[in-house]
Design a protein around this ligand. Structure first.
Ligand SMILES: Nc1ncnc2c1ncn2[C@@H]1O[C@H](COP(=O)(O)OP(=O)(O)OP(=O)(O)O)[C@@H](O)[C@H]1O
Ligand SMILES: [Mg+2]
Length: 369
């Protein structure tokens, strides 16, 4: 290490820390680090600005403080009022993405109409609130997802669709509110019970999330080996059937990096199904696929659902996918569901936002910001 760099790395602040001093003492006075730190101290001392006249200092400060504006960025202790950088009062001590400071009624399009689809709900989300730092992503979300149907949650990018899925599988915990899966509160489960509950779920992540070091067969067999005590013969039967179902009957020994994006998704789908889950969740199954592959994957999802049933939840912002596979649609925006209901009703909704979103219209409440 050159003298030059040691000077840069050992400022006076570091040398003053008692832990650093003790460590240097432990190394002994002759140690290189000790010498370097001393050299740093000297350098810092020689860099210190010369003493200035107090009157001059005050004048300089006054000059500096002239253009400063005092901004109260913290919530008032009493009312929880948040004051934005431009001085506007938001009336809340958190930020809602997409909600401007002077928007006092961000939920005027959230009619909450057509909630539920008739029939029992497999997943119930009640007043779910989730905030990261000061940004509140979910702000009192209510939604029932029907059993034995394919539901879709649609919404602009960054509105919290993936955050919602993570609450359902217990990867994130609500700040308040509840998530019930088949009547059981997910946040209230112990770790062991959560582990058990996850066996009911099949999850398909955006990129298939396959283990790169395992071939396709082992990837698909993994949940069976991990969660069941089935023998290899039975596992082979299940894995072969599922891989054939998704059109990968010939790809058992391929590694994930030898497959196209669409094939990886199909392999991920096969893996999501091997435990015969009651609930299957897909986070953007269509992202990164060409239109034909997307259509084929949608067809496959519909076929498998028709055969095995269960509650499917598909997250997407693709309207074509929604038209193809959804039975039930919910539209998420500003941390709450704008409207939810059977697909045909939603596509015919007169709600200004839902109408705009489901027609990909450039005019309406949703703007680029
Ligand atoms: N663990 C986290 N910590 C902090 N912020 C997070 C965390 N997870 C998500 N967010 C934020 O929450 C917001 C919503 O994220 P999310 O991934 O759910 O969006 P999305 O609706 O799935 O978007 P997309 O359609 O682009 O996938 C984003 O602004 C994201 O940065
Ligand atoms: Mg997402």
């Amino acid at each position: 290490m050159s003298n030059e760099s040691s000077k840069d790395e050992t400022g006076a602040g570091q040398a003053e820390s008692p832990e650093v001093e003790r460590a240097v003492e432990d190394l002994g006075p002759a140690s290189d680090i000790g010498q370097e730190m001393e050299a740093g101290d000297e350098a810092a001392a020689s860099d210190a600005s010369p003493a200035t006249d107090p009157a001059e200092e005050e004048a300089a400060l006054e000059e500096k403080s002239e253009p400063w504006v005092v901004i109260n960025r913290e919530p008032e202790p009493s009312g929880g009022i948040y004051v934005a950088d431009d001085g506007k009062v938001l009336g809340r001590d958190f930020l809602l993405p997409g909600v401007g400071p002077d928007d006092s009624d961000p939920y005027r399009w959230h009619t909450g109409a057509k909630k539920g689809a008739g029939g029992p709900a497999a997943i119930e989300i009640k007043d779910l609130v989730k905030q990261f730092g000061r940004t509140r992503i979910l702000n009192g979300l209510n939604l029932d997802l029907p059993d034995d149907q394919i539901s879709m949650v649609l919404g602009p990018s960054g509105t919290g669709k993936s955050v919602l899925i993570k609450h359902i599988v217990g990867l994130l915990y609500p700040d308040s509110g509840d998530v019930l899966v088949k009547g059981q509160s997910v946040p209230a489960l112990s770790d062991d019970d959560l582990f058990e509950m996850r066996k009911k779920f099949g999850l398909l992540f955006q990129d298939g999330a396959l283990f790169g070091s395992m071939n396709i067969y082992d990837n698909v067999a993994f949940p069976l080996r991990q969660h069941t005590d089935r023998g290899e013969e039975e596992i082979e039967h299940i894995v072969t059937r599922r891989l054939r179902e998704v059109g990968l009957g010939e790809a058992h020994y391929k590694m994930p990096n030898e497959l196209s994006g669409g094939m990886r998704k199909r392999a991920g789908f096969a893996r999501a199904l091997v435990l015969d889950p009651e609930i299957v969740m897909f986070d953007e199954p269509d992202s990164g696929l060409d239109p034909v592959r997307t259509a084929l994957l949608c067809e496959l999802i519909r076929e498998v659902h028709a055969e095995s049933g269960g509650c499917y939840l598909v997250i997407s912002h693709d309207l074509g996918t929604a038209r193809r596979i959804a039975d039930f649609i919910a539209v998420l925006w500003k941390g709450r569901i704008v409207e939810s209901g059977p697909k045909d009703e939603l596509f015919e909704s007169q709600n200004e936002f839902v109408h705009q979103f489901l027609r990909a219209d450039v005019t309406g409440p949703l703007a680029m910001d």
